[in-house]
Ligand binder design. Structure first.
Ligand SMILES: [Zn+2]
Length: 243
């Protein structure tokens, strides 16, 4: 086994200038920097406190270094944005250990994340030639850190893919799902992400952060949808399909 580790440390300064797309301050002739990949999505309007985070990369399977370096670059680019977009106050953003290792038949999948650790399948990383965005999805789970009471997993996965869509520098070969009557918002991942991004874009800027807060504090959304929009989540989904 080849074990190669590298430590990426960065002092991340999340200032309004880099975190907010519309601060309402500064020289009006200077456009605010675009923060996300979607000009139709309002970025965070908050000031995010400076934080320092690190990612330790363990290449246990000895995959090509050309596949590992982009993971570290992706971490440096997206992790502060995820933290700024989702968290609504000072929070212990976890330092990250990312391990590229051999997954077993008893341990299937392409990647998983928990408790400050991201594991990525070496076989999948090689076969997909890196899959930019995979790490963003997994890092979102570390920031989410929802309690065990969250059983409506589709919101968790939908938010992770929405964040992937918004902040991965290059989502090569990957896209959000378009509205499709054969699908459900309960499908999770890019299907649910498409729905959440539509709500964020057309109905309520800040929806994704608000939903994230509900999930982190209390479990499933429950009455959140009616309280926020005045209609049920099924009615919102029907409107999404009918657009
Ligand atoms: Zn996931």
């Amino acid at each position: 086994m080849t074990l190669r580790s590298s430590r990426l440390s960065l002092a991340i300064t999340l200032l309004l200038a880099s975190c907010g797309a519309n601060s309402g301050q500064g020289d009006p002739s200077t456009p605010a920097p675009r923060y996300s990949n979607d000009a139709g999505i309002q970025d965070s309007l908050r000031t995010c406190a400076p934080v320092t985070v690190t990612m330790l990369t363990r290449n246990e399977a000895g995959v090509a270094a050309s596949l590992v370096a982009p993971l570290e670059a992706e971490f440096a680019q997206v992790y502060p944005k995820i933290a700024c977009f989702l968290r609504d106050g000072p929070a212990p953003y976890p330092d990250v250990v990312t391990t590229v290792r051999t997954f077993t038949p008893q341990d299937p999948g392409v990647a998983n994340a928990c408790c400050g650790r991201v594991d990525i399948s070496a076989a999948y990383l090689t076969q997909s030639n890196g899959d930019p965005g995979l790490l963003t999805h997994e890092l979102t789970h570390l920031v989410q850190n929802y309690p065990a009471g969250v059983t409506e997993w589709w919101w968790t996965e939908g938010i992770a893919d929405a964040i992937r869509y918004l902040y991965t520098p290059a989502n090569a070969g990957w896209a959000i799902s378009a509205p499709d009557r054969a699908t459900s918002y309960r499908d999770g991942y890019r299907v649910t992400a498409g729905f959440l991004l539509w709500l964020e874009r057309t109905r309520r800027p800040g929806l994704i952060r608000a939903l994230d807060g509900v999930l982190r504090r209390g479990g499933n959304p429950g009455p959140f949808w009616v309280t926020t929009f005045g209609v049920s989540v099924d009615d919102l989904w029907a409107a999404y399909l009918a657009q």
